[in-house]
Each structure stands twice: as structure tokens, then as C-alpha cells.
Design a protein around this ligand. Structure first.
Ligand code: ADP
Length: 396
């Protein structure tokens, strides 16, 4: 090469950290001796100035955003809050930097927020948290969603953190009202449904004795009520989860028997699909049998629902190294990669083909909660158009 340039930062024992710019040129001459001209230039001050300029540019951007923004040093000490935050909180910048920012966070949440912040600083994972910040003008704690990201330089070193907090209080209030409505509505719906089902059973019984031709309609009405009850129970479970009231009844049970019962109850109402089981778990397992059965029924019902053109779904169960692993596989419509995590969120339903199938979008969120309460894990793998496999594991 005739010409190269490079920059290096080096700590000299006598004068400390300097940034040196090297420039090397090969100077050809007629005798063909290898002559290289090397120039060294101390550009420490220039890089410092560039840093200050880029910091000023960053501050200009952070000031122009109509939200709370802030920055911090690599070790997590805040070194800037924008005026939007100072106005909102009614504090000064020196005050905010001198730890007054802590007074603005809801004291009940401060510990949790600090822990998450330390965790992000240590692991460099993005900070992402919802908490309440006190507004000076009315003293109200308003919900914000706060996000922060580490800024990493060319050498892969974290130079600072930049973050924002967005006011989501109105959204939160609406969400709470919706959750409360669902909780009340599902309770109110359950009682009349139970009595309608009981009366239908009486009519069914008497029609059976009279061998009435209308028996089939009563059976259909019964099936419709069962489906409605299933939906109401799903909503009730969701509100129990939200209020931390989804009780678990942990006891030893026969996993194989539970799995067979779950498969049978789904198979009975499926005319097209056959559920094929492989693997056995010949061990008593500790857990909530009914809730785990609910998990398998839910995964199997989804596998059937989202594979309308197929005629088989597959279940496998195995016990390895003290961990139960169950998979439910279908060859249906599949799930796009970017949504594989979202499908476990409450009320989330994939757009596209999935919206043509009935459902409330809460089943998998309940399933996830049940598995997590057993200290297990749940995930899905999928290839859109060729099918999905759902897995869960439970420690024994
Ligand atoms: P629901 O089926 O009532 O919509 P779920 O919580 O059970 O709600 O599932 C959430 C979303 O995940 C569904 O709306 C669908 O988009 C997707 N999904 C779940 N299971 C499957 C599957 N086996 N194949 C394809 N998509 C699925």
C-alpha cells in the first residue's frame, strides 16, 4: 500500500491518555529502497472538541422532543434532564442531578425502578419500564413508559445512556376501566349461563325420555352454552391474573393420565383432526393438575383451530434431566417470526389470516401465566404457511 492512516488512543505513563493520528506513506525512489514517511499528530484536543460538539448536538435533539428525555454516564449517573422534565417536575437541573429526580418517582416504585436501572447498566440491556412520576402542577402521579439505551462507540465501549419517558396515564386509566368492565361483565354473565345450562339439561333429559325429534336442537343449544361458558371462564381467568388471584392447587398427580384426559376432551369435539401422541411420562409430577390440563387443552384447541386444512396434530411428552417437556405441533397457518413473542400477550391476536378465526386473544396469556407459576417456560417456533410448534417445560 502507498498510503495508510490510522488513529489510536494510548495512555502514556507521563502525560496520560492521548489520541494520536498516524499517517504513513511509502516513498518510492529510483534505487527501489523501501522508504516510509511516518507522521504522528497528537489530536487529543480535536477529538475532545468533537465529543463536546456531538454532546451538544445530542442535547439539542433531546431538548426538541416534546417528552421527558435524559442522559447518563456509562456507569448510570444522570448528567442531563431536558427542560420538559424540569418543568413537569418543578425542579432545577442542578437539583435534579443531585438526586432530586428520585423524589419525582412514586416512592412505592422507586426501589424496583432503581434495581432495573442497575440491571441495565450492568448488562447493557435496554431499560424499559412503566412507573409513575409526580407532576408539580397538580401533585398527581402520572404513569410514564420509560426507555433508555446505551450509546456504544466504534470500539464497542459504552460512552453514555440516552432515554425518554412518555406520559401514558390516559391509556392506563382507560386500560384499567376496560379491565374492571371485563371483570364485572364476566362475573355477571357466569350466573345466568350456569342456570340456563341447568334448565337445558332438565329439558334434554325429558326429551330423551319422550324420544323427541327436537332433542338435537337442545344438544346444539347446550354446545353453544358450553362455548359461551368457555369464553366467560377465559375472561374470568384473565381478571383473576390481573388481581393476582389465580389460585394454584399444587399436588402430586399422574402426568400421563392428565395428558390422555386432555387429549380425549379435545378429540371428542373434533371431527376432522386426529391427535397423535408420542412419548410418555411415567412419573408422578407436582403441580396444579387442572390448570396444566387447561394448558394442554388450550394448545391443542389452537393447533386444530389454526390448521383448518390439516387432519392431524401431534403431541409429544418427555422427561429428561428432571425436566418435563411437552410439544404441540400443527401444520397450519403458522405465525410470523416477529410476532412469536407477542402472541403470549393479553388480547394480542395476529393480523392476517388469524383474524378470520374466532377467539378473544387471551388463551395463550393464561397458558403462559400457568406455566410461569410452575416455574416453567413456554415458547413457540413457527414457519408461516407450514405450521407451528408450541413447547413448554416444567421442572420436576
Ligand atoms: P385466540 O386463539 O383466542 O385468538 P390465543 O391467546 O390462544 O387467542 O392466541 C393468540 C394468537 O396467537 C392467535 O390470535 C393467533 O394469532 C396466534 N396463534 C395461537 N396459536 C396458534 C397456532 N397454533 N397457529 C397459528 N397461530 C396461532
Amino acid at each position: 500500500e502507498r498510503f495508510i492512516e490510522w488513529e489510536v488512543s494510548y495512555t502514556f505513563p507521563a502525560i496520560g491518555l492521548r489520541t494520536i493520528f498516524f499517517n504513513a506513506q511509502h516513498i518510492p525512489d529510483e534505487n527501489n529502497t523501501r522508504l516510509i514517511l511516518l507522521a504522528l499528530n497528537d489530536i487529543t484536543l480535536r477529538t475532545e472538541a468533537e465529543k463536546i460538539q456531538s454532546h451538544q448536538n445530542l442535547i439539542m435533539i433531546l431538548e426538541s422532543v416534546p417528552q421527558i428525555t435524559f442522559s447518563a454516564t456509562a456507569d448510570g449517573a444522570f448528567n442531563y434532564f431536558n427542560n420538559f422534565f424540569l418543568d413537569y417536575a418543578g425542579i432545577t437541573l442542578p437539583g435534579a442531578l443531585e438526586r432530586n429526580w428520585m423524589d419525582i418517582i412514586n416512592p412505592a416504585q422507586l426501589n424496583d425502578v432503581s434495581q432495573s436501572w442497575s440491571h441495565s447498566i450492568k448488562t447493557l440491556e435496554n431499560f424499559n419500564k412503566e412507573f409513575q412520576l409526580r407532576r408539580k402542577s397538580d401533585g398527581m402521579y402520572r404513569w410514564h413508559i420509560c426507555r433508555a439505551t446505551a450509546i456504544i462507540n466504534d470500539q464497542g465501549v459504552v460512552t453514555s445512556w440516552v432515554g425518554s419517558a412518555t406520559d401514558i396515564d390516559e391509556q392506563k386509566v382507560l386500560e384499567k376501566a376496560k379491565d374492571e368492565f371485563i371483570s364485572i361483565a364476566s362475573h355477571e354473565l357466569k350466573t345466568p349461563l350456569t342456570s340456563a345450562k341447568a334448565f337445558l339439561q332438565i329439558i334434554e333429559h325429558s326429551m330423551q325420555q319422550k324420544k323427541s325429534a327436537d332433542l338435537i336442537y337442545i344438544k346444539k343449544a347446550g354446545a353453544a352454552i358450553d362455548r359461551l361458558t368457555g369464553l366467560v371462564v377465559e375472561l374470568l381467568d384473565v381478571s383473576k391474573i390481573q388481581h393476582g388471584k389465580l389460585g394454584m392447587h399444587i399436588a402430586s398427580f399422574n402426568f400421563n393420565k392428565m395428558l390422555s384426559e386432555a387429549i380425549e376432551s379435545v378429540q371428542i369435539s373434533s371431527t376432522k383432526h386426529t391427535i397423535l401422541q408420542t412419548g410418555q411420562i411415567r412419573k408422578e409430577i407436582k403441580g396444579d393438575e387442572q390448570r396444566l390440563k387447561q394448558v394442554i387443552i388450550n394448545l391443542l384447541s389452537n393447533a386444530i383451530k389454526y390448521s383448518p386444512e390439516a387432519d392431524k396434530v401431534f403431541v409429544n411428552a418427555e422427561l429428561k434431566n428432571g425436566i418435563v417437556k411437552v410439544s404441540v405441533k400443527d401444520t397450519g397457518i403458522g405465525i410470523s417470526k416477529k410476532n412469536l413473542n407477542k402472541i403470549f400477550d393479553r388480547y394480542y391476536r395476529e393480523d392476517g389470516r388469524a383474524v378470520h378465526f374466532q377467539g378473544l386473544g387471551v388463551g395463550l396469556s393464561i397458558v403462559k401465566e400457568i406455566i410461569q407459576r410452575h416455574n416453567g417456560k413456554i415458547w413457540a417456533e413457527s414457519e408461516p404457511g407450514s405450521g407451528s410448534t408450541f413447547y413448554f417445560t416444567l421442572p420436576v
